[in-house]
Write a protein that binds this ligand. Structure first.
Ligand code: NAD
Length: 260
């Protein structure tokens, strides 16, 4: 379905981003991975995806806190494969603390990686999408782009900002062949959440399984985790022709979290 398209997925060396990269590659898209990790492990991912789906897969190590490195990554993608046609702004970090105990540098890092990086990547990739008359931008927000939770001020502010950015860029590109949407998952069991489960287990002196259940009971009525593959398939759908008229949406996949 996406044969020959060029997709840049930020934060795709593991977790949801890697799942999205894999699902796009399975549809025939060439992929630029981004994110941190061991060189050897990243090469293994590149080789595995290239062999499995007969596409090109490369990695750019841009630190998304740096607008210059984001610019270099978009330009490097253009030089290596061609202009970015599918941009998935996925990278994100978390820090859990009451607002008056949140270290200032964690606020800055979360806003930079979870929000400003998406602006910079869109800013740099959009002109070439406009020239082509086709493009897909998918911003991986969160239920926390729609509702708040205690102790997550920076994350919730960044994700609400990302949903706002999605709406504005969707309006600015409406009717041009470019769509811009946000995906808002509930709990997905990745390393970002595993850390919160471990902290919860340590704080309450319970087993990991009990802490994980507690997390779900508190927020997610289905009491089941969303899977990486489910989020990835939603992104594939947003890149399909069927989604041509979907733009500016913030789509939940949260087991009922935000219906409450
Ligand atoms: P993860 O921690 O497993 O993966 C994060 C990825 O981002 C990694 O590849 C990491 O190397 C990369 N990254 C981090 N900082 C970076 C930087 N400065 N520059 C470049 N890359 C960087 O996290 P995840 O759970 O897969 O989260 C992916 C996205 O999904 C995030 O935006 C997160 O907020 C969002 N999300 C996650 C959940 C969840 O429950 N896991 C729920 C809703 C939304």
């Amino acid at each position: 379905m996406l044969k020959g398209k060029i997709a840049l997925v930020t934060g795709s060396t593991r977790g949801i981003g890697l799942g999205i990269a894999r699902a796009l590659a399975a549809q025939g898209a060439n992929i630029v991975l981004n994110g941190f990790g061991e060189r050897r492990e990243i090469e293994q991912i590149e080789n595995e995806l290239e062999k499995a789906y007969n596409v090109r897969v490369m990695h750019h190590p841009a630190d998304l806190q740096s607008p210059d490195e984001i610019y270099e990554m978009v330009e490097w993608t253009r030089a290596q494969l061609g202009p970015v046609e599918i941009l998935v702004n996925n990278a994100g970090i978390q820090y859990v603390a009451p607002v008056d105990e949140l270290p200032r540098d964690r606020w800055d890092a979360i806003i930079a990686i979870n929000l400003s990086a998406a602006f910079h990547a869109i800013h740099d990739a959009l002109p070439l999408m406009k020239r082509k008359g086709w493009g897909r931008i998918v911003n991986i927000a969160s239920t926390h782009g729609l509702v708040g939770s205690i102790n997550k001020s920076a994350y919730v502010a960044a994700k609400h900002g990302l949903v706002g950015l999605t709406k504005v860029v969707a309006l600015e590109t409406a009717g041009t062949g470019i769509t811009v949407n946000a995906v808002c998952p509930g709990w997905v069991r990745t390393s970002l959440v595993e850390k919160q489960i471990e902290d919860r287990a340590a704080q309450s002196g319970v087993e990991i399984a009990t802490a994980a259940r507690g997390l779900l009971i508190e927020k997610q009525p289905s009491q089941q985790f969303v899977s990486i593959e489910q989020v990835a398939q939603l992104v594939v759908f947003l890149c399909s022709e069927a989604a041509n008229q979907m733009t500016g949406a913030a789509i939940t996949m949260d087991g009922g979290w935000t219906a409450q």
